[in-house]
Each structure stands twice: as C-alpha cells, then as structure tokens.
Design a protein around this ligand. Structure first.
Ligand code: ZN
Length: 210
C-alpha cells in the first residue's frame, strides 16, 4: 500500500501596515495629532506626530527620530538626540511637519546595552567601537518601518530633516522618495565631542565641526 501524504496549503497572512488610531494631542509647541499603527514589520509601538495637519501637505518635511531616553527625556550631555528632537518639535509646531518617533533606543541595541556601551566609552572606546565590543554592529536601526508608517499615511514623497545619509538610502530602497535633505543643527558640547566626531567620520553624517 502506498501512502500519499496529503499536502496542506498554508495561507500566509500578509499584513499591510495601516493606521490604528489618530488622536489629537495639543502640545506646548502647537497643534498635533499622534498616530499609532498596525502591522509594522517589527511589531514595536512606533508613533508619528503630524503637526498642523502636515499629512495632507504635498512633500511634507519629515524628521525620523530614534528614541534616546537619556537624551530626549533627561537631556543627557553625552549625545545631541534631545537637542535635535526639540529643534524639530519647535520648528514643526510653527511651520508644520511630521515626526516619526521610532522605538530604536541606542541605535537599536536597547537601553541597558546602551548604558553598558557608555561604560566602555568611559574607558576610551568611541560610540561605534563600544557597540562592536558588545558584539553589536555599528548601527542596528532599520528605517523600513519608517517607510511603512509614511505609506500608511499615504505619504510617498518627503523632504527629510536629517544629517544621516543612511536614512535617505533606506527610505528610497523602501519606496519613499526624498526630494530634499534639510540639515539639522549641530549641538556641540564638551561631553559629546567624541560622539559627534565618530558620527561625522565613521557614520558619514553631514555635519561640520569647527
Ligand atoms: Zn542620544
């Protein structure tokens, strides 16, 4: 007797990212709507903030910001994340714009690992070397999720507020046209000099340090 194993067909459910909710939250800097999403590729709780209804504007100005608890909330002097975040929030509050706030703490390695990396930096490593010593690559961040969020908001072309060429490359790979790169300010402090130098020379960020 020959047994024929029946093949079962599995239907793969493809999730198309979509908006889960849109909530008005007035901020000190201006009128704003917060967006949450469903079906994002990494299942994290990323949010988008649209100031002054900028999701309806052609080619809106967009800032993609990766979460940095120490900088964003506690205003750490070790990096310039908080300064850049608040620069965009104040600017968008006046002129409009969209902020994608990605939950990719410590360039994707997480908060505790980032604190471990700071310990190594105290012993002389730069920000990228410290990640490597913890067996992480220089940068684990993935901007595919940012492209998914924009597409869910029906935005396919943007002006990008950033000094980071990797963001433009990845967005375009994932179907978002970047029509213009608008530079952010550089926030030089005694405590973040080595961090900014590493971003400029190892991360190829378009920043000038004098
Ligand atoms: Zn930071």
């Amino acid at each position: 007797m020959v047994y024929v194993k029946r093949r079962t067909t599995h239907t793969l459910r493809v999730l198309h990212p979509k908006i889960r909710s849109r909530v008005r939250i007035p901020l000190a800097s201006g009128e704003c709507h917060f967006y949450s999403f469903e079906g994002l590729c990494d299942y994290k709780e990323h949010i988008a903030l649209s100031f002054k209804e900028s999701h309806r504007v052609d080619n809106p100005l967009v800032r993609i910001h990766s979460e940095c608890l120490t900088g964003d909330v506690f205003k750490s002097e070790r990096c310039d994340c908080g300064d850049q975040l608040w620069e965009s929030i104040h600017h968008f509050g006046e002129e409009g714009g969209i902020l994608l706030y990605l939950r990719q703490e410590g360039r994707g390695i997480g908060l505790y690992n980032k604190l471990d990396a700071y310990l190594l930096q105290e012993k002389g490593s730069d920000t990228f070397e410290a990640n490597n010593q913890l067996n992480f690559p220089n940068d684990l961040r993935n901007y595919k999720v940012a492209a998914q969020m924009l597409k869910a908001m029906n935005i396919l072309s943007i002006r990008l507020l950033s000094n980071n060429p990797d963001k433009i490359r990845q967005l375009e790979q994932h179907g978002i046209q970047v029509s213009e790169q608008v530079s952010t300010g550089v926030y030089f402090k005694t405590e973040n000099e080595r961090y900014l130098l590493a971003k400029k020379y190892k991360g190829q960020h378009a920043i000038s340090i004098v």
